[in-house]
Design a binder for this molecule. Structure first.
Ligand SMILES: [Zn+2]
Length: 93
């Protein structure tokens, strides 16, 4: 069952109610983005949207200005699926 995360707007497959963007930094969904962008598999805008979703789940220590900027980006992508770098074909090697 699909539903939208109330915090970051991700289309998330329900897995004990957990959003795939609500994970610790060690396994953050943006870790492979630079490799993906270097390979031309991901745009900077997509990377920013992924970082924005993750950051809204980790809002401690972030300024209101930063959170406001990310909230705006998240609104643009609300309910839309973003393909994470680790899911992109061509990232395996
Ligand atoms: Zn979320």
């Amino acid at each position: 069952m699909q539903r939208v995360c109330e915090i970051c707007g991700a289309n998330t497959i329900e897995l004990e109610g957990r959003c795939e963007f609500n994970v610790p930094e060690e396994i953050a969904p943006w870790l492979d983005d630079y490799k993906a962008m270097n390979l031309g598999l991901m745009s900077h805008a997509e990377h920013q949207a992924i970082v924005a979703r993750w950051t809204l789940h980790h809002s401690q220590d972030k300024s209101d200005k930063v959170l406001g900027t990310y909230a705006e980006i998240v609104r643009l992508y609300w309910g839309r699926s973003l393909i994470l770098a680790r899911e992109l074909p061509g990232m395996a090697e």
